[in-house]
Write a protein that binds this ligand. Structure first.
Ligand SMILES: [Zn+2]
Length: 319
């Protein structure tokens, strides 16, 4: 009799604890949408295509406080979401390799990453908040005119690309010099993609480029040219093609996930505020991790939105 009472007390205490813990944590929904943010210049002054360093750092702090955590674009493509329960994956991308994205400066005779460049800000933030993660994809332009050619410090081009790859960042194809692929015939489109890859691989020979960001979001007349092929002795293959807009992306586990037309959100004040507000008002739309990379937890009502072919390692769990 007394044992039963004690058990009942323990049980109700445990339930109480669970309800407290869950009070400000969203239930898992791995069919929710994921934001892929798109930055251009990190510089002064703030403008349509420029985010000031202070504002970029504030973006990271806001995302962190709201439960977003960085994942690599490649992990999104693979449906490999390794995050604590209750958090939401987010992907950062940087287009056009402008100098404010990654700059070296000399301080007291020592070469250091400019703490006001995007990589400097990301690195500092990751040190202060290790659980935020460290990931971003840089869609670079290997032969653009200054200042967009590989971050605009010719002596350090290779060093920077190797740094990115060895520190958990990704490098993406953005054509050789920002070509509008809608305007060119097949041979030119393929040459742009293959040669951009060859230029990048001069610095990081074993690195596999998985994603292409389309300059101006412009598709050529045949999408298949973007995905695989060869030109000028170089073979290329892309698992994903990113657009310049379009809003939050579908979950990688959803039928609606189309890696050949991945939408992005331009990381400017107004757009960011809009989408953060959107997910506050519609928490059921947001991807929320279940904490287990081997399971996909889905609300029962949304189960028919699941993709039919999922990686074999994954197990589906109804919420
Ligand atoms: Zn661009």
């Amino acid at each position: 009799m007394r044992l039963r009472l004690v058990l009942a007390l323990i049980l109700s205490a445990a339930l109480l604890l669970v309800s407290f813990a869950a009070a400000d944590q969203l239930p898992p929904n791995e069919l929710g949408r994921v934001m892929i943010l798109e930055y251009h210049k990190i510089d002064y002054p703030e403008a349509r295509w420029t985010r000031m360093p202070e504002n970029f750092r504030r973006d990271l702090a806001t995302l962190y406080a709201k439960g977003y955590r960085l994942i690599a674009l490649g992990d999104l493509l693979d449906g490999r979401i390794v995050l604590p329960a209750g958090t939401t994956p987010i992907v950062l991308t940087f287009d056009d390799s402008s100098p404010g994205q990654f700059r070296y400066i000399e301080q007291n005779g020592v070469l250091t990453i400019d703490p006001k460049s995007a990589v400097g800000i990301l690195e500092a933030f990751a040190r202060e908040h290790p659980d935020f993660g460290r990931a971003a994809t840089f869609f670079v332009l290997p032969t653009a005119d200054s200042p967009n050619r590989l971050f605009n410090q010719p002596a350090w081009e290779g060093h920077k690309l190797r740094y990115l790859v060895s520190h958990g960042y990704e490098i993406g194809n953005h054509t050789l010099w920002h070509a509008n692929l809608a305007k060119y015939p097949e041979a030119t489109v393929r040459a742009q993609l293959a040669e951009a890859k060859a230029w990048i691989q001069r610095h990081v020979p074993d690195y596999r480029i998985r994603a292409l960001a389309l300059p101006y979001g412009a598709y050529p007349s045949d999408v298949s040219w973007l995905l695989r092929g060869s030109a000028k002795g170089t073979t290329y293959r892309h698992d994903a093609v990113l657009k310049v807009g379009g809003g939050a992306a579908p979950s990688p586990f959803s039928r609606a996930f189309d890696p050949v037309r991945l939408p992005r959100i331009q990381a400017i004040e107004r757009e960011l505020a809009h989408w953060l507000g959107y997910f506050e008002r519609n928490p059921g739309e947001r991807f929320v991790s279940d904490g287990d990379p081997d399971t996909v937890t889905v609300p029962a009502a949304l189960r028919d939105r699941l993709r039919s072919e999922l990686p074999r390692r994954l197990r589906i769990v109804d919420r």
